[in-house]
Ligand binder design. Sequence first.
Ligand SMILES: [Ca+2]
Length: 263
Amino acid sequence: MRLFSFTLASCLFLQDVRCWGYKDGVLHNSIWLEQAAGVYHRESRKGRYQLTYKEAKAVCKYEGGSLATYDQLEAARQIGFHVCAAGWFDRGRVGYPIVKAGSNCGFGKVGIIDYGYRVNKSEKWDVYCYNPKAKECGGVHTDQQKLFSSPGYPEEYQDEQICYWHIRVRFGQKIHLHFLDFDIEDDTSCLSDYLEIYDSYDDVSGFAGRYCGDELPEDFISTGNVMTLKFLSDSSVTAGGFQLQYFTINSDFQAINDTNSFT
Ligand SMILES: [Ca+2]
């Protein structure tokens, strides 16, 4: 038990990277890794690998930044920025930062996987931008319960935001999410603005729902002790935003007691 506590404490202090950020040899953890040292990764709203060099530059500029340089990307990588997606960076170069070698990504190498300066600037990739003053939102919550809301709430949220909230509670506990207020630009498929819930430590797996409009989403209970929320707003039309709370439920309480009674 003492060893377990120590391991758990180590995980918390080491900020997860060693503890549960890896899956299939690839580090997945949007919260920590999508943004580091002012560098961040963007893909087109249409999906992965849809940006020409010119479009990539425009994406960064639109958000008040510029294409990351090789050195900025490397500086971010040094503090854990790991993204398994090739993107444009400064001067028409393409590559991506790899922290941990894995068979699925980066050809087993660690470092900037460098595709070099591309001759054909019409090739389509993602992009790595640099903007140390980027609007930050989201966060990591480890409290047993917490109330939080969209950026600026109760004012309307702003355009062009991407926020990740990552909730992590004690092992063996579950997260019960409850919405108090909800108003996000409405469209039929929630393509403009949305809030997504992932029953997972990242936004890669565990998709549980995408919400917009002004109907309160139903309560959601995680299957494990982690959950991710992603909020995205596009370049026009905002709304009131949302407020929600979570609390933890000790799902295995009975089971733990039963086990103890036999030991
Ligand atoms: Ca909008």
